[in-house]
Design a protein around this ligand. Structure first.
Ligand code: XLS
Ligand code: NI
Ligand code: NI
Length: 440
């Protein structure tokens, strides 16, 4: 098997004093934090599309990435070379999981039957490599957005033939994901949304989307796929309005159609930003509703305002994210998937490693800090005290469902001299900085 990253060594943990670009400074896979190793906590995942398939093109210019596995003329040879590069990449970084779209791993043929046959061939090869290299699939998904046939959407298209095609494609992607032992299956609503309501039957599109999800659930049961179904919210891009806007919108949709039992959320940092939320907000909303499934880890640029999918290097955000993950009791069977790409000007193959190292170190350090914050319990205590009026007296009666408006009015009439306490936000933010800066 040829080597595609021969200049890059196996990446080892060297600690925070290291100045070696190709070493981890904070991610120490086997270090135990609480009851799990860092590796078990973080479940790092390589995204096949950004890492192997992307080429660095943007709306203004062609691809720039150097991809030595892309130099063959035959698309099947490229697919195999790409896959070998993927496993070499994961091995060198010590990443156990990957996530993929059907079209990332195999090219399309002249029609659906040929495309499926190609996919089978490549997925057999994938299975072999997974076994030989001890790798696992975090999730599979179907690409229902790149091919021009999906111009009006897939499960929300106006064209029933396209709807049927999309269903057939998801059927196959589910089979392949099952065959590769995938622990989850993701639906990101590619082009499921609209550009203008003047040509859109909003009700029919959403009803059809729900029918599509139900058929996917039924088919998974039929073939015995037991992985977790995940929906990945995103508010806009590529369409002006995407139906799976944010966690709350998706939950309302699922409940509306009686589908809530079957789905959890795959939450992406940059999508939260596009929705006008923090990542922590989206993760917290999912957590308190028991639907935190998995995470697409990246970061956006607030000055650009699109899905820039940058590698996460913001330690503040990483800390608050890991705080939520720890409070959730972990993320398994989900993981931390680097849905991130290097910048167009970072075009050398080595840059991919530098991007992952930056991201993995940031999340690892975020985990350490968040763990310490929870262990010391200072923030939890502040929150508990802030709501202490609900653990006794009238507050407890409210929580226990023992009150009504008459009773509360009676109480209020006798207690109109109300006293409030400070929320101490600035103190808490300074405290958080202290945790981040002291954990070195
Ligand atoms: C696009 C999405 C995509 C999904 C998988 O914005 O993040 O990469 O994660 O289809
Ligand atoms: Ni994503
Ligand atoms: Ni995205």
């Amino acid at each position: 098997m040829s080597q595609y990253f021969s200049n890059v060594p196996v990446i080892k943990y060297e600690g925070k004093e290291s100045r070696n670009a190709f070493a981890f400074k904070y991610y120490n896979a086997d270090e135990v934090i609480g009851r799990k190793t860092m590796k078990e906590h973080l479940r790092f995942t390589m995204s096949y599309w950004h890492t192997l398939a992307a080429n660095g093109s943007d709306p203004f210019g062609a691809g720039t990435y150097q991809k030595p596995w892309d130099n063959e003329a035959d698309p099947m040879k490229i697919a195999k070379a790409k896959m070998e590069a993927a496993f070499e990449f994961m091995n060198k970084l010590g990443i156990e999981y990957f996530a993929f779209h059907d079209r990332d791993i195999a090219p399309e043929g002249k029609d659906l039957a040929e495309t499926n046959a190609i996919l089978d061939q490549i997925s057999d090869y994938c299975k072999e490599l997974m076994k030989a290299n001890n790798k696992k699939v975090l999730w599979g998904t179907a690409n229902l957005f790149t091919n021009p046939r999906f111009v009006h959407g897939a499960a929300t298209t106006c064209n029933a033939d396209v709807y049927a095609f999309a269903a057939a494609q998801v059927k196959k992607a589910l089979e392949v994901t099952k065959e590769l032992g995938g622990e989850n299956y993701v639906f990101w609503g590619g082009r499921e949304g609209y550009e203008t309501l003047m040509n859109t039957d909003l009700k029919l599109e959403q009803d059809n989307l729900a029918r599509f999800f139900q058929m996917a659930v039924d088919y998974a049961q039929k073939i015995g796929f037991t992985g977790q179904f995940l929906i990945e919210p995103k508010p806009k891009e590529p369409t002006k309005h995407q139906y799976d806007f944010d966690v709350a919108t998706v939950m309302a949709f699922l409940r509306n159609y009686g589908l809530e039992r079957y789905f959890k959320m795959n939450i992406e940092a940059n999508h939260a930003t596009l929705a006008g939320h923090t990542f922590q907000h989206e993760v917290a909303v999912a957590r308190i509703n028991g639907v935190l499934g998995s995470l697409d880890i990246n970061q956006g640029d607030p000055n650009l305002g699109w899905d820039t999918d940058q590698f996460p290097t913001n330690i503040y955000d990483a800390t608050l994210l890991m705080y939520e993950v720890l409070k959730n009791g972990g993320i398994a069977p989900g993981g931390l998937n680097f849905d991130a790409k290097v910048r167009r000007a970072s075009f050398e193959a080595e840059d991919l490693f530098l991007g992952y190292i930056a991201g993995m170190d940031t999340l690892a350090q975020g985990l350490r800090i968040a763990y310490r914050m929870l262990e010391e319990g200072e923030f939890e205590k502040v929150v508990k005290e802030r709501y202490s009026s609900f653990s006794e007296g009238i507050g407890k009666d409210i929580v226990d469902g023992k009150t009504d408006f008459d009773a509360l009015e009676k109480y209020a009439l006798n207690h109109s001299a109300i006293k409030n306490k400070s929320g101490r936000q600035e103190f808490l933010e300074a405290r958080l900085n202290q945790y981040i800066l002291n954990e070195q």
